[in-house]
Design a protein around this ligand. Structure first.
Ligand SMILES: Cc1cc2nc3c(=O)[nH]c(=O)nc-3n(C[C@H](O)[C@H](O)[C@H](O)COP(=O)(O)OP(=O)(O)OC[C@H]3O[C@@H](n4cnc5c(N)ncnc54)[C@H](O)[C@@H]3O)c2cc1C
Ligand code: SF4
Ligand code: SF4
Ligand code: SF4
Length: 381
């Protein structure tokens, strides 16, 4: 039966839970707020399915990289409501128009994040937009299998560890399954997210009505976090000033497995990868209007087929993958944890979010060391 000795060895993909024939695996929150499998040993029959389908213990086959593009969906309204260039919506719209289902991350009524199934375009808004916390898979892998066996098409979207989990759970190739992952440098703790929502509701005196992590009021590059409350108050803050985003982007609040991600290579188990085309203004300024441009990495026969099917809906160009997504970008390599990560999670229950910000203050001696290293590097050059 599955047993996690080192937390970096579990991405929380929930394949083991979905695959257990006795339903004796529960996902339990640890002190940091991340889910890990726990086996009910009284009901376990020792079949070992869980170990065999864990994508960290037995990685799935990778699809092989073939083309990379930068692009935007032509529909301006959809692009405005998407985090980057709206490529996800083009892919999802195509599958739905062919009678298929789309799976992805959505907020529930408490603004916690779960994977859900969407069957019509009116509901696609639920999946649109990045939600920067780990999404719970629940029993969606089982739902996907049923739909595939019913000969309907499925587009499954998520982080690449979730795609890896789905592929291992299914255990065989399905011609009617398409997968798209969002470039991902890590997922922040759902516990921190819940705490942040609760503190915001207290501060603004009412429950949350709407949240956007990637509002484009001040543009795509300086994106903002927007909270709208039921009493009609709005709080909209550029990402660099939002405490939750500051924790996320300084790598203090991420899941341990994200610091040793097993799947973030150019060849990976998904058919298509989408992300932000940061830096597009330097290499292809004609594709930058600060309203959102995506990088699109296509793999294998199915990836190419799917991209061909949506390209009339896009403005796009092809370029070298290392130019569009340099090898040191988040999403292509694992990030180091912030040096105060441990302290952060020790203090998370006792301090409010704004007080925790003090952990991000850089002490003078570290500033001096960084400056000194920069001078040495300059001299060497
Ligand atoms: C946790 C996280 C970290 C990311 N890190 C990077 C990064 O380092 N570099 C980069 O270039 N891009 C990153 N992205 C991707 C980027 O934010 C956009 O999601 C991506 O460019 C797609 O944009 P879009 O305009 O095509 O579609 P959108 O409509 O904006 O994206 C919707 C898609 O995102 C998926 N999604 C949203 N939230 C989650 C979640 N919590 N878990 C799994 N899937 C989710 C939905 O299922 C759907 O497929 C990250 C996204 C997430 C969720
Ligand atoms: S060994 Fe089999 S029954 Fe036991 S937890 Fe794993 S999958 Fe479930
Ligand atoms: S299958 Fe997924 S959730 Fe289960 S142990 Fe492996 S990585 Fe963790
Ligand atoms: S960094 Fe890797 S392990 Fe972490 S959520 Fe993203 S894909 Fe999964």
């Amino acid at each position: 039966m599955i047993s996690i000795k080192n937390k970096q060895d579990c991405s929380g993909c929930e394949a083991c839970k979905n695959g257990c024939p006795k339903d004796c695996i529960e996902m339990i929150c640890d002190k940091e707020g991340f889910l890990y499998p726990k086996v009910n040993s009284e009901r376990c029959i020792g079949c070992n399915v869980c170990n065999n389908i864990c994508p960290i213990l037995n990685p799935p086959n990778n699809e092989i990289y073939s083309h990379s593009y930068a692009g935007q969906i032509k529909n301006e309204d959809v692009r405005k409501r998407s985090s980057s260039g709206g490529i996800f919506s083009a892919l999802a719209g195509k599958i739905i128009s062919e009678g298929g289902s789309v799976f992805g991350a959505a907020f529930d009524e408490s603004f916690y994040v779960h994977h859900i199934e969407v069957k019509n375009t009116d509901e696609l808004d639920k999946l649109r937009g990045s939600k920067y916390t780990q999404s719970e898979i629940g029993d969606t892998y089982r739902q996907v299998k049923e739909i595939l066996n019913d000969n309907r098409k499925v587009l499954f979207s998520g982080t690449v560890c979730q795609i890896a989990g789905l592929k291992k759970y299914l255990g065989k190739n399905y011609n009617n399954l398409y997968t798209v992952d969002v470039l991902c440098h890590g997922v922040p703790s759902p516990k921190l997210w819940k705490k942040y929502i609760a503190e915001k509701e207290k501060q603004y005196g009412d429950a949350v009505e709407r949240i956007s992590f990637r509002h484009k009021k001040y543009g795509w590059k300086i994106y903002s976090v927007e909270f709208l409350f039921k009493n009609s108050t709005e709080n909209i803050v550029p990402f660099g000033k939002d405490p939750y985003m500051r924790f996320f982007l300084s790598n203090i609040s991420l899941r341990p497995s994200c610091h040793n991600c097993r799947f973030n290579k150019i060849d990976r188990p998904s058919d298509i990868t989408i992300g932000d085309a940061w830096g597009i203004d330097n290499i292809h300024p004609e594709l930058d209007d600060d309203k959102g441009t995506s990088v699109i990495i296509v793999r294998g026969e199915k990836g190419n087929q799917l991209f061909d099917a949506i390209k009339d809906d896009l403005i796009y160009l092809e370029d070298d993958v290392d130019k569009l997504l340099p090898p040191n970008s988040g999403g292509r390599k694992s990030v180091k944890p912030h040096y105060k990560r441990e302290k952060f999670f020790k203090e998370i229950d006792n301090q409010n979010v704004n007080d925790l910000l003090k952990l991000l203050k850089i002490p003078l001696y570290r500033k001096v060391i960084t400056k000194f290293k920069a001078i040495i590097r300059k001299c060497v050059r």
